[in-house]
Write a protein that binds this ligand. Structure first.
Ligand code: AMP
Length: 227
C-alpha cells in the first residue's frame, strides 16, 4: 500500500502515519524526521537544511525530492510506504509522481487530514516530542504516563524548536500558501480521501483504516463481496 498523508502542522499527521505504519506493516517516511535527525547528527545534509527547518521555511524542492528518491530506493519500501510531510509543494507532487512512474508503482491513496486553524495552534503549543524516537504527546489529550518522559524509550520530552509560537504561525502560513494547492492537485487524480482530524486519535485512525481497506479491496467491491 502506497500512501501520501497531507495535513497542516499539528493536524495529527505524524501520529496517524505511525499508526498506519504499525497496522499495515509499511514504513513511515517523514521528511521532517529525516531533516531533524540529520541536524542532530551534524551531517552535511543537516548543515544544509538547518536554516530552513529552524526558521519554519521549506527546504528547497530539488534537495527534498532527491532525498525522497534515495529513500524510495531502499528495500523496505517494496511492500509500500506512508509518506508523511512530503510532498508539500506542487513541484514535489510532480516529483513523487515522476519517481513512482519510474519505479512502475501507483499511489493507493492521498489522505488529507483536515483540522481548523484554531485547533492546530492549540495542539502545537501543547505538543511535546521525544527527541530520540520521535513519539509525540499532547499535554492535555495524550500526556505521557510518566510526566516529561517518553512512554516508549524513557527519554526526556522536548518542545520541538520549531513549535514556538512565531515559528508555528510561519509554518501554518507556509502550509496554507504552498501545501493547500496540493489538495486540489490530488483531487483531480481522484485518489484523495478527506478525513476529519478533530476528535480522538483512535477514531481518526479507524476512519483512515476503513478508507484504506476499502481502497485495497479495489473498485466495485463491497464488504459483502468479500464475505
Ligand atoms: P514536519 O516535521 O513535517 O513538520 O517538518 C519540519 C520542517 O522540516 C518543515 O517546517 C520544513 O522546514 C522541513 N520539511 C519537512 N518536509 C519538507 C518538505 N516536504 N519540503 C520542504 N521542507 C520540508
Amino acid at each position: 500500500m502506497r500512501i501520501i498523508l497531507l495535513g497542516a502542522p499539528g493536524s495529527g499527521k505524524g501520529t496517524q502515519a505511525r499508526l498506519i505504519q504499525d497496522h499495515f506493516g509499511i514504513p513511515q517516511i517523514s521528511t521532517g524526521d529525516i531533516f531533524r535527525k540529520a541536524i542532530a547528527d551534524g551531517t552535511p545534509l543537516g548543515a544544509e537544511v538547518e536554516k530552513y527547518v529552524s526558521g519554519g521555511a521549506l527546504v528547497p524542492d530539488s534537495l527534498t525530492i532527491r532525498l525522497v528518491r534515495e529513500r524510495l530506493s531502499h528495500e523496505d519500501v517494496r511492500r509500500g510506504f506512508v509518506l508523511d510531510g512530503f510532498p508539500r509543494t506542487i513541484p514535489q507532487a510532480k516529483g513523487i509522481e515522476e519517481i513512482l512512474a519510474e519505479l512502475g508503482w501507483e499511489l493507493d491513496a492521498v489522505v488529507n487530514i483536515r483540522v481548523s486553524e484554531e485547533v492546530l495552534v492549540s495542539r502545537l503549543a501543547l505538543r511535546r516530542t521525544c527527541p530520540a524516537c520521535g513519539m509525540m504527546y499532547h499535554m492535555e489529550n495524550r500526556p505521557p504516563v510518566s510526566e516529561g518522559e517518553c512512554d516508549e524509550c524513557k527519554t526526556a520530552l522536548e518542545v520541538r524548536a520549531d513549535d514556538s509560537e512565531d515559528t508555528v504561525r510561519k509554518r501554518l502560513g507556509v502550509y496554507l500558501s504552498q501545501t493547500t494547492p496540493l489538495v486540489e492537485y490530488f483531487e483531480r487524480t481522484s485518489r484523495l480521501v478527506n478525513i476529519d482530524g478533530a476528535g480522538r486519535v483512535e477514531e481518526i485512525f479507524d476512519n483512515i483504516r476503513l478508507e484504506l481497506e476499502e481502497r485495497a479491496r479495489g473498485p466495485g467491491t463491497s464488504i459483502d463481496d468479500k464475505a
